[in-house]
Design a protein around this ligand. Sequence first.
Ligand SMILES: [Zn+2]
Length: 54
Amino acid sequence: MSDQPPRPGDETSADAPQTAPNTCPACGGTGAVQGKPCPTCEGTGEVTVTVGDA
Ligand SMILES: [Zn+2]
């Protein structure tokens, strides 16, 4: 995928929660569990986690 629109100010959003991609703990980043698409990351192998004050 390389058709994402530009996102100005994405790094410093005062009100938006801080999120970061992380390797899916359920499938270890493979995107599949026991031959099936991982339900946790929906097959992407990555999950978005919220960081910061929570
Ligand atoms: Zn997963």
